[in-house]
Design a protein around this ligand. Structure first.
Ligand SMILES: [Fe+2]
Ligand SMILES: [Fe+2]
Length: 137
């Protein structure tokens, strides 16, 4: 597992949303750190808490971003929202399974999360960024 590093190519040219994406990445990195360095006794709760924190922050960010997309009249809001909702549901499911001891968080799930996060920020969120820059010019 590897940490995610913020780069300027991830920017959507909106300071509030960039800050949220950075925070989300930081929470992901914390989860990665807990998995690598947690002691075995406290590990279960630490992982479950760190995962839940990430899930809750993702949810919060999605709602905020959707509000912003509504304000700018982004034409593909419905499609974008569906991507959020699907991932939101997936994270919630993982979180519940981890808490219930039905899922042991490991490199497989972490790389699913990382890939989704990077793909979403660098491809899907870029689409509204392009839309904004076109409508401003
Ligand atoms: Fe986003
Ligand atoms: Fe998004």
């Amino acid at each position: 597992m590897a940490q995610i590093e913020w780069s300027d190519s991830m920017s959507v040219k909106n300071a509030v949303i960039d800050t949220q994406h950075k925070e989300w990445i930081a929470i992901y990195n914390r989860l990665d750190h807990v998995l690598l360095h947690g002691g075995s006794n406290e590990l279960f709760n630490a992982v479950a808490d760190a995962f839940q924190a990430m899930q809750e922050y993702a949810s919060y960010h999605f709602r905020q971003e959707e509000q912003y997309l509504k304000e700018i009249h982004y034409p593909d809001l419905v499609t974008h929202k569906r991507l959020h909702t699907d991932f939101d549901d997936q994270l919630y499911k993982y979180s519940r399974q981890i808490r219930n001891g039905e899922l042991i968080l490991g490199s497989e799930v972490m790389s699913i999360l990382k890939n989704w996060l990077l793909h979403h920020i660098m491809q899907e969120d870029q689409k509204y960024c392009v839309f904004v820059s076109h409508s401003e010019s």
